[in-house]
Write a protein that binds this ligand. Structure first.
Ligand code: DHB
Length: 513
């Protein structure tokens, strides 16, 4: 359903010509499509119109990446306003070309549901162009994010011409792409990006979105090192087997984390303040909730990984007093979903067998996670020049235009330079700040998406559990609708359990129709 029309500004002279040229260059052509189809895993053929290779800015710097594709299903959803799924394939903070939909992920499923799909390309930490005999790195932070914002603006600008409702954009990405999705969700219309977007020739339109879907977002980069060591430090002398030098770095980083946790001013859903003192118990609640649901769904959880269980000997629904929530205590979702909305509460007393989780030895569980996939060494993200010279993807993300990777925390900069007083320059501080969604939520600095779906696998060690938990909690505390969970036995991955995701999307849309 369309509810806006493009207006033509009344301008004169050269300004009018420039504006007209820019307007035309960013105008969507509804006739410029080919017909394509994909076969879904269930054998269904989904046909769609494909609009591909569309430039979403007028001052294109990198024509390989600054384009988007739009896919419009032959059978649009008939449930009122039609949403648009904006799927980014950014990984490792690298550049990503505009892709076509895949039957294996949310893009194909969205088309099957009758939703419009937009897949933008974006510059990243490895994209380059040659200019004046020099190699220019085009995708250093925040340029990849700016590209994705420009894509959102393109959809808004062309709302009257593109089927689907640009007021119902759902962004979706995994890992660094999950970070981008969280930034798109958190930073809508923020003035911090406005001048850069104007210079790029992005459409003059809003760039806030309706919902952000974030799988294992690798974000809060300037605190991620301390959060990693504070959580996983317990494994340093065990399964992680760090050297003495590495343990020194790990301990120094971990020591910085409590102050950061306390500075966030977060609370549990019942209002209990979250501090470094109770935060590990908070993490445990999410992991226990994950294990509970896994048991309910028939998974077996070994005794050896830290969980303790209640074994009910008196039959499937029996059991003595004081054993936690009873069957039926969980409030019904009303939409057929099993997931709790936010928080570790609502732990169902599963009735399939009689076991349920009574506790968790967190250190033991973290050692288990580290035994499945070796942990990163400290510092996990801003690693260049501390104990090794190799730059991480994040060091490359904060490179300069010549591609020289850079530190993005005072901690690592000081270690690299051997100068305890060194600090990031002003420009780097600004770049790091506007690449962190935590700086925008609940601040009035941006139009933050009202709806959030955040997932981080219960055995994903690419970043600390604190990163997604802080993100989800900050959003929830600020009053946004957050569906957050740590899915059991999931490693670093995304676009899984699409039934759950699309049930959530449908329930979210009900609030909009
Ligand atoms: C990704 C994974 C990482 O561990 C990381 O540090 C950055 C990006 C990724 O998969 O996108």
């Amino acid at each position: 359903m369309k509810h806006k029309i493009l207006t033509t500004a009344i301008l004169t002279g050269a300004a009018a010509m420039t504006a007209a040229a820019a307007t035309d260059a960013l105008r969507f052509d509804p006739e410029a499509f080919t017909r394509q189809s994909i076969t879904m895993p269930d054998g269904t053929q989904v046909g769609y119109k494909a609009y591909e290779g569309i430039f979403y800015v007028t001052n294109v710097e990198d024509s390989t990446y600054q384009t988007l594709n739009i896919y419009v299903p032959e059978h649009l959803a008939e449930t009122g306003r039609v949403p648009i799924l904006l799927r980014t394939y950014v990984g490792g903070y690298a550049a990503s070309t505009a892709k076509s939909p895949s039957p294996a992920d949310a893009s194909g499923r969205a088309l099957q549901e009758g939703y419009v799909v937009c897949i933008p390309g974006s510059r990243g930490n490895n994209s380059t162009v040659e200019a004046d005999g020099k190699t220019i790195y085009t995708g250093i932070a925040p340029n990849g994010l700016l590209d994705l914002k420009a894509a959102v603006r393109y959809l808004r600008y062309n709302d009257a011409l593109i089927p689907g409702d640009s007021e119902l954009i759902f962004t979706d990405g995994t890992s660094a792409g999950g970070a981008m999705s969280s930034l798109l969700g958190a930073t809508g219309n923020a003035g911090d990006y406005a001048e850069d977007l104007r210079k790029m020739g992005a459409a003059d339109a809003r760039d806030d979105v309706f919902a952000a879907i974030c799988y294992c977002p690798i974000t809060d980069l300037n605190h991620a090192d301390m959060e990693y060591e504070w959580l996983y430090g317990c494994t340093n002398r065990g399964v992680r087997a760090l050297s003495a030098d590495q343990i020194v770095i790990s301990d120094e980083l971990a020591a910085e984390c409590p102050e950061y946790i306390n500075s966030l001013g977060l609370t549990e859903t019942d209002g209990t303040p979250l501090t470094a003192a109770n935060y590990k118990d908070y993490i445990k609640k999410f992991l226990i909730a994950s294990a509970h649901r896994a048991l309910q769904e028939g998974c077996e959880i070994p005794d050896s990984i830290g969980f303790t269980f209640y074994q009910d000997k008196s039959g499937p629904m029996g059991g003595g007093p004081g054993m936690g929530p009873r069957a039926g205590q969980r409030p019904p979702m009303g939409d057929g979903r099993e997931a709790p909305s936010f928080g570790p509460g609502n732990m169902p007393r599963f009735n399939k067998t009689s076991d349920f989780v009574t506790g968790l030895d967190l250190d033991k569980y973290l050692s288990y996670v580290a035994s499945v996939t070796p942990l990163k060494t400290p510092p996990a993200f801003d690693q260049m020049g501390v104990l090794i010279d190799t730059p991480s993807p994040e060091n490359k993300e904060f490179a300069d235009r010549e591609g020289n990777p850079a530190n993005f925390t005072d901690f690592s900069l000081r270690h690299r330079l051997g100068d305890p007083k060194a600090s990031l320059d002003k420009d780097m501080v600004r770049r790091v700040e506007i690449m962190n969604p935590m700086n925008f939520i609940g601040t009035g600095r941006a139009t933050t998406a009202p709806h959030w779906y955040i997932r981080h696998g219960a055995k994903d060690r690419d970043t600390s559990f604190l990163v997604p938990i802080n993100l989800a909690t900050k959003l929830q505390n600020a009053g946004y609708d957050v569906d957050f969970f740590l899915p059991w036995n999931r490693p670093h991955s995304g676009d899984y359990n699409l039934d759950d995701l699309f049930t959530w999307i449908a329930s979210t849309l009900k609030t909009a129709n």
